[in-house]
Design a protein around this ligand. Structure first.
Ligand SMILES: Cc1cc2nc3c(=O)[nH]c(=O)nc-3n(C[C@H](O)[C@H](O)[C@H](O)COP(=O)(O)O)c2cc1C
Length: 139
């Protein structure tokens, strides 16, 4: 069975809602899914696929007290796994996600599905896109 880790940070719950939808989509597709906050992330070597969720924080940045250190700790192990990104944003235009995608490319991490962004709380379309992302990662 495909094993997916959904690793996320969320301050006000929007990215958490997205993470739950990603996990549901993958479970429906028959995968073994672990939904983990940053503090819960230890060794991800057992996972075939990793979905990473973080909202736009700072000035179009990833959250830097918990998410970024967690990301830095696992990044060396991500090349070769199926990886996809998601997160919520507010007033920006998605710049944080473009920067994050470029960071992945620099580190040799190939994204296996289009990133999913939601403006604040995910609407029905964004929720469906999160579920599809989860299913795609465990195909
Ligand atoms: C400290 C802080 C910084 C933020 N910076 C940005 C930003 O640079 N661009 C943007 O579009 N939204 C920004 N936002 C809005 C959040 O990305 C948005 O509210 C998002 O839905 C929060 O997701 P969460 O509920 O998962 O924490 C910021 C919010 C906070 C609290």
């Amino acid at each position: 069975m495909n094993k997916l880790a959904v690793l996320y940070w969320s301050g006000t719950g929007n990215t958490q809602t997205m993470a739950e939808a990603v996990a549901e989509g993958a479970k429906e597709a028959g995968a073994d899914v672990s939904l983990l906050t940053c503090a819960e992330v230890k060794d991800i070597s057992a996972f075939d696929a990793v979905a990473l969720g973080c909202p736009a924080m700072g000035a179009e940045e990833l959250e830097d007290s918990e998410f970024l250190p967690m990301l830095e700790s696992i990044e060396p192990t991500l090349p070769g796994k199926k990886v996809a990104l998601f997160g919520s944003y507010g007033w920006g235009d998605g710049e944080w996600m473009r920067t994050w995608e470029a960071r992945c490319e620099e580190k040799g991490i190939t994204l296996s599905a289009a990133s999913v962004m939601a403006n604040e709380a995910p609407d029905d379309d964004a929720t469906a896109a999160c579920r599809a992302l989860g299913a795609e990662l465990v195909k």
